[in-house]
Write a protein of this length. Sequence first.
Length: 409
Amino acid sequence: MRLSGQLTNWQQRCMRMKSLWFSLLCGAFGEAMFFPVVRDSTPLDPTLRIAALAFGPVVGLMGFALVSWLDRDCIVEFSCDDTSFRFRKVAATETESRNISDIIKLQAIGRGRTTGYSVGFRDGTEATVSVRMLPDGPLLGQWFQMHLGKTRSEGTPTLSSLADEGWGPPRELRWPAPRRVRFTTGGAALCVITVAVVVGGDEGMLSYARFVETHAAEVQQRIGNSHKTEGVVTRLWKVGVRHTDFLITYRYSAEGTEWNAPSTTIRGRHWRSLQVGAPISILYTPGDPASSFPEEDPPYVPPSWLAWAIMPILTGFGILPFLAIIRARRYLAYGNPAPARVSSVSWRPGTTATVYYQFPMGDGTMREGSYVTGDVPPQEDSVITVLYDPKNPRRNSRYPVGLVRLADK
């Protein structure tokens, strides 16, 4: 059976443009969050001002990199027969060709309904194919299952063959579930650091919110106690390239004396409505007439909502390490041990390694898994110990797991 398919030019352009549109959306959102902080905020520290203005572009670049990384393995063109699978990825100009025996991993994508397949090859590379967008996509899934089943049946390990090689579960895993589990030193340190960062960050945001409320009250009190007078614009100018500051100086009379105000930043809309020599309404502090500001441009108060927007994000990131610990604890406390054959290793010295493995169930069916390690990986065809969820064997992990360990070890 021969199958083939190709995305239309429009679909390929949309896939390439997706990362650009997503980056623009992220950048606009980031800029909208922090632009009120720096707008008309002369007392803001210059370094903090630059960091706030750079937040949007940095988030946009991160969004572009993320989407490009997620789509790097997407297949836009393929053909296959009984001996080979040929395909071209979204960012590639040349077609790759793989033998059927090179396919060692096949994982369905989608919840409830299969929308595509993630295909892993013996050299550690992967490719993703959408069965909805590509012609013959649904048939491609059947082709994968049929040919991958053939290659597996020729040389996949069985539980008895691995047992004959001398594999046995580690002594500490022979305890019946649930096993007693406790933190490793690294896991405990991660929890402490995470809690400290989240609590410190949230406290910093609360301090910022209290500062904004206090500053806003002081500004309102200053406005309420100020006296009004008329002034004259003496100079108008603007500075800046990326972010423009609109500056003004003016002269006014207060408490029997002429005062020349230092340069003051005002809103762009107000600045454009003025000209040199035009009148301007001024508020000054009684007893300190040198302290003044335009009535339409009171001292800037940063937004207090920024703290309440950042706190949930910071807390959400703080939850991620605990989720990893909970997952590792579930494997160690309730998981079933099994021997696994290392089917492929993607590794170069000095880099992290991705190890793919297959392990047999009690009924003879095979399951797959993988893990990433910074240590020297095991050799291909070697046997390692894994733990899998008895209710869902697709959830599995190598042993030992990180962050937690058995209390009875």
